[in-house]
Design a protein around this ligand. Structure first.
Ligand code: GLY
Length: 563
C-alpha cells in the first residue's frame, strides 16, 4: 500500500511548483470549542468515537473508531470492503481531503458489464464479486491513524472488534435492508450465516454476531493496512474473490493507495465552503448550484420563486456532472471553470423566472447513468477544533451482497458507479459520459459530499448518504443553516431533488405546500412525491454563544451527542 498526494493530473502539473503539500489554509474558529461532538448513523458508532476522545485521542482517532464501528453495526452502508472520503480540518487551520474511494481492478475494462448484444447484463455490476472494486477503507484508517491521529489502530479498532464479537441488536433500518437482500444472501453462504436465521430475516432485537469480521478487523488492528492488502490475508482474500468469479489480483490489492487531494473551496453569502473535489462530483455540483443562486436575493423572494430557482440551479449543475466529471487522475476536468461565478452567471442567464427549463433543451450529452443510495456519513468536532466530515460507502444496500468467505466482509459494488454503458440507466438514474467510463485502476464518480461551511459567526459540518440525492440534500442543508436553521431543523427538514435527468422534481411529503405544488406545475414541472434516502449527520457551532449541537437525521437510527 502506498500513499499519493495529488491535485488532479492537469492541476497537478500546473501547480507542481506551487504546492508543497495538498492542504488548503482555512479560516480559524475564534476559540477552541467548549465541547466535542459526534453525529453518526448508529449510537454504538457515536459511542466508539467518544471512547477515543475520552482516552486522549483526537477527532481523527474518533473517525477511525466510528468508521470501523459502522462497518459492524451498519454493514448495509459501509465497511472494510468499501471506501469513502474523509474531509479533515486540522486545528492549525489546514483542510485536507483523503480520497479512499475504491479503485477498479487491473483486469477491469470498459465493456465488462455488457453482454454479447452490447447491453448491460442485469445485476452484473451490482451483485457478486465481479461488481467489487478494490477497497479503500483499511488504507484510510491506517493513514488517518499514522498521519493525523494520536492512538494506535489497536486502540481505535477495539470497540468495533468488540461489537463484532459480542454482537449488537437488530434494528428496523438494518432489518429493512436485510429484507430486500434475502435472495442475494442466499447466494452468499457467509452472508446468510450472519444475517439470516434459518433463511429468514432476523427479528428486531436479535443479536447479530460477526466473528469472522472481528478477525478481519484484528488483522488490520495488529498489522495495519499492509496486513490487509498484502501477506497471507491479502492472498486468501484474492483467492476467495476469484473463487467467487471476481477478477482481483494480489497486485491490485498491493497497489491500492489513498490519495490526499486539495479540497474545493468556494463562497456563498459570505460563507466559506470547503467540500469534496473529484472523484466526487459533490463539491463541483454544490459550488456551481450556490454560484448560480448567488445572483438572486433568495431570502427576499416568495418561497415558490425561491424553490423554482433552486431546482433550476440543481438541474444545470447536475447536467454538467454528467458530462465532465470522473476520476481526475484519468480525465481532465474543468473544475475551475465549472465552479467559477462567471460560468454560473451564464447558466443563470438561461433560467426563466416564469418557466421550468425542460432538461432536453440543455446541450445534450452522450448519456450513461450511474450511482448508489445507501452509504453513511458522520461528523466529528474535538476539543481542539479538529474536525472530520466523512462519507463512506459500499454503494447499494450491502454492496455486492457477497461476503468474501472467511472474512465476514461484504464487498462493495462501487463498479456500478461507473457509467457502464451509453444511454443505459443504472440503479440511480444519474447520467454520465466518457469521463466516468471504466478503466483499470480508475475510481468511479461519486456523489458523496462531506462539507464544512464557516462564517464569521459559526461552523457547519454536514453530509449524508443518498446516492444522487446526496448533493441536493447537502445543498439544502447549507442553505437552511445560512437561513438560521438549527442542526435539529436541518436534519429533519423535508427536501426536494432534481438531477437533470430524469426531468422530474422529486419532493418529500411536506416539502411543498398545496399552493407550491400547483404553482410549480403551472411553471411546467413534472412532480413526483418521493421518500428521500437521506440520513444527515450534522454538527453546528455558534461562535457567539459557544453552543455546539450534534443532530442525527430522524429518518435514521443515528445519534448526535455533545460531550
Ligand atoms: N456510491 C454512492 C456514491 O459514491 O455516490
Amino acid at each position: 500500500m502506498t500513499v499519493a498526494c495529488r491535485t488532479g493530473r492537469l492541476a497537478g502539473l500546473l501547480a507542481a511548483l506551487a504546492l508543497s503539500f495538498c492542504a488548503a489554509a482555512g479560516a480559524a474558529a475564534p476559540a477552541k470549542p467548549a465541547h466535542s461532538a459526534i453525529a453518526s448513523a448508529h449510537p454504538a458508532a457515536t459511542q466508539a468515537g467518544q471512547d477515543m476522545l475520552a482516552a486522549g485521542g483526537n477527532a481523527f482517532d474518533a473517525a477511525v473508531a466510528v468508521s470501523a464501528a459502522l462497518a459492524v453495526v451498519e454493514p448495509s452502508s459501509s465497511g472494510v470492503g468499501g471506501g469513502g472520503f474523509y474531509l479533515l480540518h486540522l486545528a492549525d487551520g489546514r483542510d485536507v481531503f483523503i480520497d479512499a474511494r475504491e479503485a477498479a481492478p487491473g483486469a477491469a475494462s470498459r465493456d465488462m458489464y455488457l453482454g454479447a448484444d452490447g447491453k448491460p447484463v442485469e445485476d452484473r455490476s451490482t451483485s457478486g464479486p465481479l461488481a467489487a472494486a478494490i477497497p479503500g477503507e483499511p488504507a484510510a484508517w491506517a493513514w488517518l491513524a499514522s498521519r493525523y491521529g494520536k492512538l494506535p489502530l489497536r486502540q481505535s479498532l477495539a470497540p468495533a472488534i468488540r461489537l463484532a464479537r459480542e454482537g449488537f441488536p437488530m434494528y428496523a433500518r438494518l432489518q429493512n435492508g436485510v429484507r430486500y437482500n434475502v435472495d442475494r444472501f442466499k447466494q452468499s453462504p457467509d452472508a446468510a450465516r450472519r444475517f439470516l436465521v434459518n433463511g429468514k430475516v432476523p427479528e428486531i432485537g436479535a443479536v447479530i454476531v460477526q466473528p469472522e469480521l472481528a478477525k478481519t478487523l484484528e488483522v488490520i488492528a495488529n498489522g495495519g493496512a499492509e496486513a490487509f492488502y498484502t501477506g497471507s490475508f491479502g492472498k486468501a482474500l484474492v483467492a476467495a474473490v476469484r473463487g467467487g468469479g471476481g477478477i482481483w489480483t494480489e497486485a491490485d490489492l498491493a497497489a491500492y493507495h489513498v490519495v490526499e487531494r486539495a479540497p474545493l473551496v468556494g463562497s456563498y453569502r459570505g460563507a466559506r465552503i470547503v467540500t469534496s473535489p473529484p472523484p466526487s462530483s459533490g463539491g463541483v455540483v454544490l459550488l456551481d448550484t450556490l454560484n448560480i443562486l448567488a445572483g438572486y436575493d433568495l431570502p427576499s423572494l416568495p418561497p415558490l420563486t425561491g424553490k423554482h430557482l433552486l431546482i433550476e440551479a440543481m438541474r444545470h449543475a447536475y447536467r454538467d456532472r454528467a458530462e465532465y466529471l470522473g476520476d481526475p487522475d484519468f480525465v481532465i476536468i474543468p473544475v475551475d471553470q465549472l465552479t467559477s461565478p462567471q460560468y454560473a452567471a451564464g447558466q443563470r442567464a438561461s433560467i426563466r423566472p416564469d418557466r421550468a427549463t425542460p432538461s432536453n433543451v440543455l446541450r445534450p450529452i452522450a448519456a450513461n447513468l450511474a450511482d448508489g443510495p445507501t452509504t453513511t456519513h458522520f461528523s466529528v468536532l474535538d476539543h481542539d477544533g479538529n474536525r472530520v466530515a466523512a462519507t463512506i460507502s459500499i454503494n447499494l444496500w450491502f454492496g455486492s451482497g457477497w461476503v468474501a468467505p472467511g472474512t465476514g466482509m461484504f464487498l462493495n459494488d462501487t463498479m456500478d458507479d461507473f457509467s457502464v454503458a451509453n444511454g443505459v440507466p443504472n440503479a440511480f438514474n444519474l447520467v454520465g459520459a466518457d469521463a466516468n467510463s471504466i478503466a483499470p485502476g480508475k475510481r468511479s464518480l461519486s456523489s458523496m459530499t462531506p462539507t464544512f461551511v464557516e462564517t464569521d459567526s459559526g461552523l457547519l459540518i454536514i453530509g449524508t448518504p443518498g446516492g444522487s440525492t446526496i448533493i441536493s440534500m447537502v445543498t439544502q442543508g447549507v442553505l437552511g443553516w445560512l437561513d438560521g436553521q438549527s442542526a435539529e431543523a436541518i436534519v429533519a427538514a423535508r427536501r426536494l431533488h432534481h438531477q437533470y435527468l430524469p426531468d422530474r422534481l422529486m419532493y418529500e411529503p411536506g416539502a411543498l405546500s398545496a399552493e407550491e405544488i400547483a404553482g410549480l406545475k403551472s411553471l411546467g414541472y413534472d412532480l413526483k412525491e418521493w421518500s428521500l434516502r437521506g440520513n444527515l449527520q450534522v454538527i453546528t457551532w455558534d461562535y457567539a454563544s459557544g453552543r455546539i449541537s450534534a443532530a442525527a437525521d430522524p429518518r435514521g437510527f443515528g445519534a448526535g451527542l455533545v460531550y
